[in-house]
Design a protein around this ligand. Sequence first.
Ligand code: TRP
Ligand code: ZN
Length: 497
Amino acid sequence: MDVARRRGAHAALATTALLASALALSSAATAAPGKPGEPRYSAGAAGAGDPYFPRAGNGGIDVQHYDLDLRYTPPAPAPAPLEGRLEAVATIDLTATQDLDQFNLDLRGLTATSVTVNGKPASFTQPGDLAVERPEGSTPQPNELVITPRPKLKEGRSAEVVIEYGGTTRQPVDIEGVPYGWVTTRDGAMVASEPEGSATWFPVSDHPTDKATFTFDVTVPKGLVAVANGDLTGNATTGNWTTWSWDAPDLMAPYLATATVGNFELTEYTTKAGVPIIDAVDRDIAGTNRTTTNATLALTGKMMEFFADVYGEYPFIAYGSIVDDDSLGYALETQTRSLFSRRATEGTAAHELAHSWVGNAVSPQRWADIWLNEGWATYSEWLWAEHRGRATAQTAFENVMAIPADDEFWDVVVADPGPTGLFLAAIYDRGAATVHALRAEIGEKAFSRLTHEWVDRYDDATATTADFEALAEEVSGQELTAFFDVWLHTPGKPTAW
Ligand code: TRP
Ligand code: ZN
């Protein structure tokens, strides 16, 4: 596969140290004394409590909906700098989950200019000390928009928060230094935010535990197309600008949102099973990249049927692929609209589509649980290859197990790889091997109950590795502690399980 994100082994960070700093962060609340039953106002925490990314997401709020109104000016032709301009209004519906005199949203590299809460102006800051380093070791960047609503928000109260913001866009990078978030390209932007890069393009509670619905109005220079999640609800041109409107009514983790801008040709159709498809292929893709992409996209309906057999009915209102002509060299399972650089190959397309069930409908509760996404999507890729008469899943498993025991590939705790280890090859391939070994361990009947029940039970929500282990034991009636210890919780090549 040509997913350049898959790395060699890195030293995993010491999780205990990270846990300690996350705990220190969450005790920052300033509770005021009050009578029983009286509101006790305090500040929401600056993070959702994920030890890998202590500032990602926010405490004290639960977002229901993001309405993003973006106006984007892409860079001028080279040799002008690769910088775009974003001017935006985010209208966010949220509920207070505690009595709040203050709460945060995540926003990085862009500046808020106005904030109202329930129509009333609120004071706000983007403090320099609430920062993150992207990449690790670089200059910290402010990551929090701190909002002080007046009147204060009682627990259970819903609020409409309107934020005007904007700034210059470049190519933000993740903790490892790889471009993500609002990635400015010469002809637009490629927007792919895993794991916590959504804060580079909208104010957000940027953690999978806070899923929400989304609507988008993306205004771009006439001739360009902005492609977001869900259904295309319209496009309207006024003067030299076109506004593309999208509606994504399925609950979505923020890292799966996109609003990719480019020179796209849209193709719309409905699969035999009745799922509306919207594909967006960059008009500049030609030659073998175009041939490969066309052949792959023609398989979408068949792939959806195949994975519906494995996991149950396709979980969202629409699907489609964005294939952008850029040199970033990666793919992401942006919800209902998978994103590919340069070309879509069959294996990668199967992988990203399978994420609809494993990753998107059911999302990781903590980033440490990432193998639940990548191990399962890779295993899905194996199943699709076998279905197409290529290598069997057993052969793919044997290929992984042929990696020598002293290879650094095996130096990873799959269920706790550390924040810089999320996309190591082992998360994908050893994760998939874990699934294959589990299938042999529990048998076909239990395995099929597991795949279906997993998606059924945790649809629209998040789940942990412990939830997964418990379900595998439940559907099989087997005790699997030793099995999961070897495969998921111990570094080193599994030899007996
Ligand atoms: N989840 C992606 C995959 O396996 C890889 C990925 C991680 C990624 N972070 C990203 C892709 C950021 C694009 C941008 O297909
Ligand atoms: Zn993946």
